[in-house]
Structures are given as structure tokens and as C-alpha cells.
Design a protein around this ligand. Structure first.
Ligand SMILES: Nc1ncnc2c1ncn2[C@@H]1O[C@H](COP(=O)(O)OP(=O)(O)OP(=O)(O)O)[C@@H](O)[C@H]1O
Ligand SMILES: [Mg+2]
Length: 212
């Protein structure tokens, strides 16, 4: 019997696109199909670095823009040993936001190029599939008002949306754009099917390196 690693599946999209809802549904569905699956979310606010990020997002502290970008990246790097361990154990990981959000958010600020923003995340474990939950700002607005966190401003989110479009031009990544304006079940059906297909193929391949 050949060994099968877990695969790394990322869900991305602007605020309120349904990432957290769909990550939970996907993990549940994979487990029901007899697969091992766990969720990971970024930022991981539980670590020391994550607490600095959380305080910044809650506007309890201010951080210089380059500094906060590097903290978000460091928060991903600090989980890399755990991610590798789980994948090696055959556990499929469903990730709620990854480096793409990091790049989209910082590059939406004045004076930050996509290229500079990508550098700290070069070499992270490369996702086997990145599903982008596409949702217009108008429909997103119908899903409730923004909270009080930093970045929860619609003009900023529109720029983030544009940056995501630029990031998606990168063909080294296995992107799948999902129409997230449909019902939770319809979106889930697409996500589950794309994930199952990816698992079948990627479980036999080595884990890649992001943007390298
Ligand atoms: N397909 C859908 N149709 C209608 N409402 C939805 C759908 N998916 C999620 N929602 C609702 O929209 C809100 C945002 O969903 P969710 O928290 O999953 O989004 P998110 O992408 O994780 O947001 P954030 O970026 O803020 O973490 C929730 O109230 C959720 O119940
Ligand atoms: Mg969420």
C-alpha cells in the first residue's frame, strides 16, 4: 500500500464571503466520507504573535504597516512545523485564509507592491488547491454590517478585492473561483467536489513550496 499524505486546501475571499462557514462544512463532509481532516485558521490569534495581531485588528494597539505584514507572515511560519506534521500523518488540512489574504490586505495599503508583500511567504507549504469565494461588495453588505475591526471598511475591502484579482493571475497556483452568492449548500457542493478531486490527485505528490 502506498502512503498518502494529507492535502492542503485553502479558502480565500473578501470579508463575509463565507470562508469560515464553508471550512467547517468541508471538514465535516470529508470526515463523513471517512477521511481525516482538520481546520486551521489565519491569523491564529492564540499564539504570542497572534495576540499582537489580534490587538492590532481590534484597534487596541497600533503597529507600523511593514511590521504588521511581517507579523502576519510570521504567524503562518510558526505553524509550518505543525502543518507539515499533520500532512505527513495523512491529515487533510482546510485552511481559513493564507498568504493570499496577507498579500491582498497589505498591498491594498498605499506604497506596497505585490512583489514586496509576497516575499516573506515565499517557501511556505504550497496549497494543493486555493478556492476563492467570489462575492460582490453589494451582496456581502446584505450579510450584515461590518464590525469594529480594522480593515472592516467597504472602500478598503474593494481595493482588497482588486488585489485578489491580481494575485489570481499567478498560474503557479491551483486556483478555483467559486460563486459564493449562492446558498450555503450549493457553494458547499462545489467546494466538496473540487476538494475530493484534489485529494485523489495530490495525495500522491510531494508538498510544493509557495511562490518558488
Ligand atoms: N451562502 C451564503 N448565503 C447567505 N449567507 C451566508 C452564506 N455563507 C455564509 N453566510 C453568512 O454570512 C456571514 C459571513 O459568513 P462567514 O463568517 O462564513 O464569512 P467569512 O468569509 O469567514 O467572513 P470573515 O472574512 O469576516 O471571517 C455569516 O453570518 C454567515 O452565516
Ligand atoms: Mg471568517
Amino acid at each position: 500500500m502506498t502512503f498518502r499524505r494529507g492535502v492542503l486546501i485553502v479558502l480565500e475571499g473578501v470579508d463575509r464571503a463565507g470562508k469560515s462557514t464553508q471550512c467547517a462544512r468541508l471538514v465535516q463532509a470529508l470526515q463523513q466520507n471517512g477521511r481525516r481532516a482538520e481546520i486551521i485558521r489565519f491569523p491564529d490569534r492564540t499564539t504570542q504573535i497572534g495576540q499582537l495581531i489580534s490587538s492590532y485588528l481590534e484597534k487596541k494597539s497600533n503597529l507600523e504597516d511593514h511590521t504588521v505584514h511581517l507579523l502576519f507572515s510570521a504567524n503562518r511560519w510558526e505553524l509550518v512545523p505543525l502543518i507539515r506534521e499533520k500532512l505527513e500523518q495523512g491529515i487533510n488540512l482546510v485552511v481559513d485564509r493564507y498568504a493570499f489574504s496577507g498579500v491582498a490586505f497589505t498591498s491594498a495599503k498605499p506604497g506596497f507592491s505585490l512583489d514586496w508583500c509576497k516575499q516573506p511567504d515565499v517557501g511556505l507549504p504550497k496549497p494543493d488547491l486555493v478556492m476563492f469565494l467570489q462575492l460582490s461588495p453589494e451582496v456581502a453588505a446584505q450579510r450584515g454590517q461590518f464590525g469594529a475591526e480594522r480593515y472592516e471598511i467597504s472602500s478598503f475591502q474593494q481595493t482588497v478585492q482588486q488585489r485578489f484579482e491580481e494575485i489570481r493571475n499567478d498560474t503557479s497556483i491551483n486556483w478555483k473561483v467559486i460563486d459564493a452568492s449562492r446558498s450555503i449548500e450549493e457553494v458547499h457542493t462545489d467546494i466538496k467536489s473540487a476538494s475530493e478531486k484534489t485529494i485523489d490527485v495530490a495525495q500522491h505528490l510531494p508538498v510544493g513550496e509557495l511562490w518558488r
